[in-house]
Design a protein around this ligand. Structure first.
Ligand SMILES: CC(C)(COP(=O)(O)OP(=O)(O)OC[C@H]1O[C@@H](n2cnc3c(N)ncnc32)[C@H](O)[C@@H]1OP(=O)(O)O)[C@@H](O)C(=O)NCCC(=O)NCCS
Length: 407
């Protein structure tokens, strides 16, 4: 199967091939809205082509930065627009695209790549593991009282998405640098309205929080649906609440819960260990969806990736990392000092743990315990102390990884 780069003038063909793979029609955006694909990077697009030169599969990548535990950021190509025509499935087309794409990422010197998966069974074979998770939480207004009141010195201003792009971009950028698992949203995403609300230009209300000096430091993006004809109730859906400071975050959550003429408030994307349930007087009031995988991580340069993040404690661990898709098995010694900074390099010492590269991706952001993967039979511990030692190093220090960005 031949894989080639897409050219500047092939975007229509690319989108038509992709949407056919998903079984939907390629539609121009509705009036007043923007195209989800407005930030596609043509120079990172790939076509898999049939023997007659016709495209049968697509893959692309966005240029993002990913925040790691400890606050460092690394470049992170975000794999996207993956599809294979229904007429050409299960013949290795995706495998060819992934091999080509990972090869290019490695030539370009990338440390890791990330994606959001349509199905959980697709990407592990290519070395990706689920590393951050998300949950939908809904609350009935009459059961949403907080146990402890919240407040800030600042104030909330109500705005429209259409007038707020630059403010949102600025607040989001401050937030994502503090949040492991968060991705950057490049400026052209906001200006072109790519992706989903509030980055897209779909109309939204914006509750913007300003601190006591008037500086924007948080926002909630939300919409209120019309009255449900059957239940006669109204639902407010919050796309995202973004604030680096927990108090600002909580004030914005309270604002959403206190909206008049709303029976239920839905928070579409929260971290599964978000403290909101613990804020409530009625612990059972929150209805949560099962926790779902959001961001998947694929390490491409293990020593560089492992030294880029910080760790919860000092210690040492030898990892034998198997990467069947790239046909490698390597052993690395990870040594973390008392400040949580690491050095990592090849070693011939005996391994503490043997694990697949996808499982290393899962533990990398600190949201999955290595011991859980040992108990699940995915990771092999070579002595009884190894799982706890790995947990002490890898698990997050302050915040669980979380990714709000859709791509
Ligand atoms: C998912 C998709 C891209 C797979 O493409 P493909 O060319 O059929 O994949 P391949 O033939 O390279 O499959 C490689 C392996 O993955 C398995 N696989 C691929 N997609 C799978 C799926 N959806 N469910 C279960 N297994 C899958 C194949 O069975 C094959 O297994 P094997 O190596 O044991 O034989 C294609 O089915 C598709 O376009 N689906 C709809 C759009 C979509 O979901 N895109 C992904 C967006 S994140």
């Amino acid at each position: 199967m031949l894989v080639r780069k897409t050219t500047e003038n092939e975007q229509e063909l690319f989108l038509r091939t992709l949407t056919a793979a998903f079984g939907v029609q390629h539609q121009p955006p509705a009036e007043g809205e923007s195209a989800w694909w407005a930030a596609l990077e043509t120079d990172r697009g790939l076509f898999a082509v049939d023997h007659d030169g016709a495209p049968v599969g697509t893959a692309g990548a966005y240029t993002f930065e990913l925040t790691l535990p400890g606050g460092a950021t690394v470049p992170a190509p975000g794999v996207t627009t993956v599809g294979v025509l229904p007429t050409h499935r299960r013949r290795g087309v995706l495998t060819s695209l992934m091999r080509h794409q990972l090869g290019r990422f490695r030539e370009e010197g990338e440390t890791l790549s990330v994606l959001l998966a349509s199905e959980a069974v697709i990407y592990r074979r290519f070395g990706y593991g689920p590393a951050a998770y998300s949950q939908r939480l809904s609350l009935d207004s009459h059961r949403s009282a907080f146990a402890v009141p919240v407040g800030t010195q600042g104030a909330i201003e109500l705005r429209r998405r259409a007038d707020s792009g630059e403010l949102l971009a600025e607040v989001y950028d401050g937030y994502r640098r503090t949040q492991p698992g968060a991705l950057s949203r490049p400026a052209h995403w906001w200006s072109a309205g790519a992706g989903r609300p509030p980055v897209s230009h779909t109309p939204r209300h914006i509750a913007l929080h300003r601190d006591a000096q008037g500086v924007p430091d948080g926002y909630a993006s939300y919409s209120v649906a019309g009255t449900d004809p059957v239940t006669q109730t109204r639902t407010l859906t919050v796309d995202e609440v973004v604030a680096a400071d927990d108090a600002v975050h909580d004030v914005l959550v309270r604002y959403c819960l206190d909206h008049d003429l709303v029976d239920t408030t839905v928070f579409a994307n929260l971290s599964p260990d978000h403290p909101l349930r613990w804020r409530l007087k009625d612990f059972r009031a929150a209805r949560t969806s099962p926790s779902q995988d959001s961001l998947w991580v694929r390490l491409l340069d293990v020593p560089r990736a492992l030294t880029a993040r910080r760790y919860a404690a000092g210690g040492e661990l030898v990892l034998e990392v198997q990467d069947p898709f790239l046909a490698t098995t390597d052993r690395y010694r990870l040594t973390v000092d008392g400040q949580g900074d690491a050095v990592c390099g090849p070693t011939d010492r005996p391994a503490d743990l043997t694990l697949d590269i996808s499982d290393l991706g899962s533990v990398y952001l600190g949201g999955t315990a290595p011991s859980t993967l040992v108990r699940a039979g995915r990771v092999r511990a070579h002595h009884p102390a190894a799982p706890a030692r790995a947990d002490a190093l890898f698990l997050h220090t302050d915040r669980t990884p979380h990714c709000l960005h859709w791509f």
